[in-house]
Design a protein around this ligand. Sequence first.
Ligand SMILES: O=C(O)CCC(=O)C(=O)O
Length: 173
Amino acid sequence: MVPEELPEWLKVYTKKISSMGIFDEKEANHVLVNEYLPGQGIMPHEDGPLFYPTVSTISLGSHTVLDFYSPLQDSTKEDGDLVSSSSSYESRYMCSVLLQPRSLILVRDDMYKVNLHGIAERKEDLVTDKIVNLDKCDDVSVGQTLTRSTRVSLTIRVMPKILKAKLLLGRKR
Ligand SMILES: O=C(O)CCC(=O)C(=O)O
């Protein structure tokens, strides 16, 4: 990873979130900006070992629903049978979190390091009791259907190992 200066408007958020102490004494140095149109999502995945194992995400524009799954490589006991790593995501589904516009979510420890997270490719979301943060959400109740619009997410995190010096790519003689 080659370090680049973050734009000033983003530093407002990286500094504010870092000052909460969620990355130990480190300051966030990496921001991923994703845009999702209605119907777009992201496959269940882990973010990998390159990052400090607490990740913060600000949601802008639309709400979305972030789903968590137990890991692909893990074998899980279900009704006495071993479910192999080839079982579908459905059988590994754990729970969901409703990400409302202007919200901040922190994902850490095993939820970050062990489990997978993803966003289903849907244009609307049915609110169910699998959404574990409903008591923290304003004006939402089970049975409601929420229609997605365009969402931009800022995933703010710490990448501990970055190149100390900038690479001189394409340098003119
Ligand atoms: O947009 C989000 O909230 C999640 C993004 C994400 O999981 C990723 O880019 O790895």
